[in-house]
Design a protein around this ligand. Sequence first.
Ligand SMILES: Nc1ncnc2c1ncn2[C@@H]1O[C@H](COP(=O)(O)OP(=O)(O)O)[C@@H](O)[C@H]1O
Ligand SMILES: [Mg+2]
Length: 307
Amino acid sequence: MPKNMDVWILFGDDIESNADLAHEVRRFLAVGKQMDVKVRVVRPDEFDLLVTHEVRDTILINGKQVPLPDFVFPYFNHNDHSYFSLAIVRQLERLGVHVYNGAQTIETVRDKLHTHQILAESGITTPDTMLAKFPVDMDLIERTIGFPVVVKTLNGALGIGVFLIETPKAFGDLMELVGETNPNLQLIFQKFVSQSKGRDLRLFTVDGEVIAAMERRANDGGFKANFSSGASVHEFVPDQEAIDIAVRTAEVLDIDIGGIDLLFNEGGGYTICEANTFPGFKGLEKASGVNVAEKIFEAMQRHLTRV
Ligand SMILES: Nc1ncnc2c1ncn2[C@@H]1O[C@H](COP(=O)(O)OP(=O)(O)O)[C@@H](O)[C@H]1O
Ligand SMILES: [Mg+2]
């Protein structure tokens, strides 16, 4: 095992706040203390990105050259879609730092349509999904996706940009509003997996393995099962099919640390809802009893001994 592994967590918010993922960052700090892991939390905006061929073993933080760590874990919450943050991850990768997850993966997975394109190509079942085009061709939607239809913003998270539209009339009204107010909004339309209404599965993968899982159930009668929007979490022991789909999804998307979400199919089996490269694990640790932070550090340590 590498001695005193150095890990930087890239996190843009106040870790003492109740910002999304702040709890998880505090867990990393606490678990790191118990494990011989030196954890430093760095805000992406503390870096300066100087590209030079001369200095390859340090990076600028708050204007000072700092030696590179063994591992970097970008942990951007949903507010941070900035070019800058991603450029920092790319720079660290190019300087030879091990990164869970890499910039390419972050970029792909952030785009829900791109994710589905890769999954469909790899033979992994996902709900039929269409990229919105204005004006919207209602007949085409009705023939291909059908109603009710799920409407999502391309880069949304925490369930915020996800809607279930029951009828062509309601859909038409919503599209009129979007077309009038924000025609540049990128939307996708998706087949509603009705069997899964208000519940889904989260499988947490680390380095190609499912380390913990849970079922989430909405408590507000709605169809979204996001923990952040108040869903309750329940222990779930995944069957082999669920494990295989999650592992394969992580593999084709090149995800090292991922939250893979599955929907329940009618008549059994699963379909992929989405993948997340910055998965929280507050609810998951509670539901599964697994020490997720420890599992992640262990995977990093194993990775370092392999290379
Ligand atoms: N096609 C679908 N059919 C049924 N439920 C869905 C579908 N897509 C999303 N959901 C529900 O909505 C929730 C949020 O959707 P998701 O695509 O995961 O967006 P976000 O990135 O905001 O979490 C999911 O966890 C799931 O419960
Ligand atoms: Mg989700």
